[in-house]
Design a protein. Structure first.
Length: 400
């Protein structure tokens, strides 16, 4: 009887151990799913970097892969953007515009213009994270829910368009600008035509929104901390100076960290470190594949056959624009072709840019329903814009 009891206890312990192992496995699986949902690019970049390490073992030479100027400027810009966001500046501007809009059409156009202008300086991703929820709140407040799907699409297209123009509008712009030592004026000259075309197409479409009048009063809770805004604008100007090498990037980064630590250290908890780490992983990945002869030959032959613009545009549809920019920069010196392809190619498939994924996630969270219809409509606008702007750029290249 005693032996039987001990056997039962042993079976219970084994069953309990199996149960705990199963729980841990399910917990790890859920954690992986959450990580993939919130930071898909980081997870993917970490995995592909890890795979390439089997072919090119880690060594001190890895340090040569990193563009330290890009990483320092990117971190500084993201930290300052988080500070500007926490100051309530964009929220204040959006509510003020709604108060003066008087009609749905004017409000949608105003939100699109806010997205267009802010993305030039604050990056398209951060602009969307801030402006999309505000658009949802404002349009619901004036009972114009029917215009929310188009507003989301238009705001996203505006953010992608605005982010083209300046080196700090998109993270990969910053990288390419720094890597190739591009002249600031040359960068703007290359990116201005596609920006003007895409923004014009978008604003013309916005004027077909119904002109339904309303009255909106800005909530008393919406306030602006002017001293903090002034400090953060000065810090952003310092980021620009770092980007164009007017200020040493190490010194600028230290100043920004110290000032933010004094004014509002909570900003560091809101900084997008995942994007910085994504760049680190892609630097490792692209550096490693450049050391693998077969892969190097493949990319070089594709670039020779199709050119930097078409190659980067197509690859952005498949692997997203940030990794496309980093990888192709190892095999081509045509900075204009790569920067055009990765910016024009930011629209198209859902994974063409992080901005598209942000919008899809925000719409799903809105609870408006009809997610499938929204995605289909969103992709129709994306591909229409992609085709028109890409053909325009090909025409410009043929003329020149």
């Amino acid at each position: 009887m005693k032996l039987f009891s001990e056997h039962i206890d042993e079976l219970d312990e084994k069953h309990h151990g199996v149960h705990l192992a199963g729980m841990r496995a399910r917990s790890a699986e859920r954690a992986a799913q959450r990580a993939l949902a919130h930071n898909p690019l980081l997870v993917i970049s970490a995995l592909v970097a890890l795979v390439t390490m089997f072919f090119v073992p880690p060594s001190i030479e890895y340090l040569d892969y990193f563009n330290w100027h890009t990483l320092a400027c990117l971190f500084s810009i993201l930290a300052v953007i988080a500070a500007i966001d926490s100051s309530g500046l964009l929220e204040f501007v959006a509510h003020s515009l709604a108060e003066h809009a008087k009609s749905t059409r004017t409000l949608v156009v105003a939100l699109v213009l806010v997205s267009l202008v802010c993305s030039m300086f604050l990056s398209n991703d951060m602009t969307l994270v801030t402006v999309l929820p505000l658009a949802l709140i404002l349009l619901k407040s004036v009972n114009r829910e029917s215009e929310i799907p188009f507003a989301f699409i238009a705001i996203t297209l505006a953010a992608n368009s605005g982010g083209m123009l300046l080196p700090f509008g998109n993270p990969h712009n910053l990288y390419l600008y720094s890597l190739f030592g591009v002249d600031f004026g040359d960068f703007i000259a290359v990116m201005a035509p596609p920006l003007i075309l895409s923004a014009t197409l978008l604003l013309v479409r916005c004027f077909f929104v119904k002109k339904a009048e309303f009255h909106y009063k800005k909530p008393e809770s919406v306030r602006l901390s002017k001293p903090r805004v002034v400090i953060y604008v000065v810090l952003f100007a310092l980021c620009i100076a770092m980007t164009v090498d007017a200020v040493p990037f190490l010194m600028g980064t230290v100043v920004i960290v110290v000032v933010l630590a004094i004014t509002d250290r909570r900003v560091f908890a809101k900084t997008d470190y995942a994007l910085v780490m994504t760049f680190v992983c892609f630097f490792i990945f692209s550096g490693n594949i450049a050391q693998i002869p077969a892969i190097s030959s493949f990319f070089e032959s594709v670039l020779d056959s199709c050119g930097a613009f078409i190659t980067s545009l197509v690859s952005s549809q498949i692997i997203s624009n940030v990794p496309s920019a980093i990888i192709l920069s190892h095999f081509s010196n045509d900075w204009a072709g790569i920067v055009l392809g990765t910016n024009v190619g930011a629209v198209g498939t859902p994974i063409a840019s992080l901005a598209t994924l942000i919008t899809l996630r925000q719409y799903q969270k809105s609870g408006l329903g009809n997610n499938g219809a929204f995605i289909a409509r969103f992709e129709a606008y994306n591909f229409a814009t992609l085709i028109i702007v890409a053909l325009f750029e090909i025409f410009i290249m043929q003329v020149h």
